[in-house]
Design a protein around this ligand. Structure first.
Ligand code: SF4
Length: 427
């Protein structure tokens, strides 16, 4: 039995695609092994959003080659698009597969073992022809509804590595959801690059969500990440549907209007606050998490202070903070007033402290309340998973099973930088 190992960097969309490719390899007789083990095939699903992600992708390529220099080494994902020439120049890499050909990685390797060496550009390219993800790495089942983006925020490399926005036929999405639910999925996560911009025939994002919520089955629906300009009142009206989870990852990026303008974001602070207040008017404890870029060109102390203040004001449940990283080919690359790396590091530390405190305050409110936890890991007596608000919970119970929902009474919270709720099963 040939062994295959995967390493995935970056976003939920990459994770979804790896889950599907990993399932296909196993359905065809491959044994899945951890990435730090020797394998016959290594697949690295890379990311290129920041310098760090490029650096990590390169390290994993060297690691795989050291583990087994005779392996079939496939590099796909956004760095395969962004640094294609560099990667194709590395002898240890057998295949550099761009995003639009990623769904055919298995057929490429299968052909390789049949002695047919194809250039990846010669194989089928379909952004959505991924099969089931049931043998993937996640308890939650991610469903891809869209790819690419037309927004061209000035800092972002994604439109040039994922292409223009494309939406998956709505019937395919509904069939995919029915299928994973029939196969036992308890939580469905909608993913893509800019899912709020979904548009297929006359259907918009709100319609996709509405039709999924109408499907039969004991499952709940989560939205992976969405742009603040990406949904309408219909979607807001669906937020209190019993199957909808009270968590949205709304990418803010900066708390300063002048910086948002330079980023070419589609909203200002006033509009962002309106959206958050509308969402919180549905449920006061709605978990809003976000992304923040620190040290975007021209960011002044005042701009940074505005970002810190909005984090306190809006009580984000979690903040992904990134130091701005110049991406070749983006408009921000040509902006003159680049911020010094030392200032970015100082600001990151300040922001991290504020965000961690706000997160702790947000999660503390669940003490004494109940959460419906989907178990990801358990030994039958102790379990770990996420509640409906996407807050991590550990709890005690009996005969606990993975991929099952349990009602849990929250007793206390840990004091870690990523505080976990501690509870016990409600019998
Ligand atoms: S909306 Fe902006 S940040 Fe998001 S993928 Fe598109 S260009 Fe990038």
């Amino acid at each position: 039995m040939k062994k295959v190992a995967f390493k995935t960097l970056g976003c939920r969309l990459n994770q979804y695609e790896t889950d599907a490719i990993a399932s296909q390899f196993q359905d065809n007789g491959f044994k899945l092994v951890p990435f730090d083990k020797e394998a016959d095939v290594y697949v690295i699903n890379s990311c290129t959003v920041t310098h760090q992600s490029d650096h990590k992708s390169r390290n994993f390529i060297s690691q795989a080659n050291r583990k087994n220099p005779d392996s079939v080494l496939v590099v796909t994902g956004c760095m395969a698009n962004n640094a294609k020439t560099e990667l194709e120049g590395r002898n240890e890499i057998n295949y550099v597969v761009e995003n639009d050909h990623k769904s055919s990685v298995y057929s490429l390797v299968e052909a390789h073992y049949n002695g047919e060496i194809f250039h990846p550009s010669k194989i089928n390219s379909d952004l959505f022809s991924y099969g089931s993800t049931d043998k993937g790495f996640h308890t939650r089942s991610m469903v891809k509804i869209q790819d690419g983006c037309d927004n061209f925020c000035t800092f972002c490399i994604i439109p040039s590595v994922r292409g223009r926005a494309v939406s998956r036929p709505i019937q395919d999405i509904l069939d995919n959801v029915k299928n994973v639910v029939k196969n036992g999925a308890k939580e469905v996560v909608l993913t893509g690059v800019n899912i709020g911009r979904y548009e297929y025939e006359s259907y918009k994002f709100d319609d996709v969500v509405e039709q999924i919520l109408d499907l039969e089955g004991d499952f709940r629906l989560r939205i992976s990440s969405i742009e603040p300009d990406g949904f309408g009142n219909k979607f807001l009206g669906l937020l209190n549907h019993p199957k909808m989870t009270p968590h949205l990852h709304l990418c803010l990026q900066s708390g300063s209007d002048p910086i948002l303008l330079k980023m070419r974001r589609m909203y200002n602070i006033k509009r962002f606050k309106e959206i958050v207040n509308k969402v919180r008017s549905v449920r006061a404890d709605f978990n809003i998490t976000t992304d923040i870029i620190i040290g975007f060109p021209d960011e002044s102390d005042q701009d940074f202070e505005s970002t810190c203040n909005i984090i306190k004001d809006l009580q984000f449940g979690h903040v992904h903070a990134f130091k701005y990283s110049i991406r070749k080919g983006t408009r921000a690359e040509r902006m003159p007033a680049q911020v010094d790396e030392r200032i970015k590091t100082q600001r990151s530390e300040v922001l991290r402290e504020i965000a961690d405190d706000v997160k702790f305050q947000y999660r503390k409110q669940f003490i004494g309340k109940e959460q419906i936890v989907l178990v990801e890991k358990t030994d039958g007596k102790n379990a770990k998973g996420y509640g409906e608000h996407y807050v991590p919970v550990v709890f005690e119970g009996c005969e606990l099973k993975r991929n099952h929902f349990y009602k849990v009474k929250i007793k206390e919270i840990t004091k870690d930088t990523d505080p976990v709720l501690i509870g016990e099963q409600v019998k």
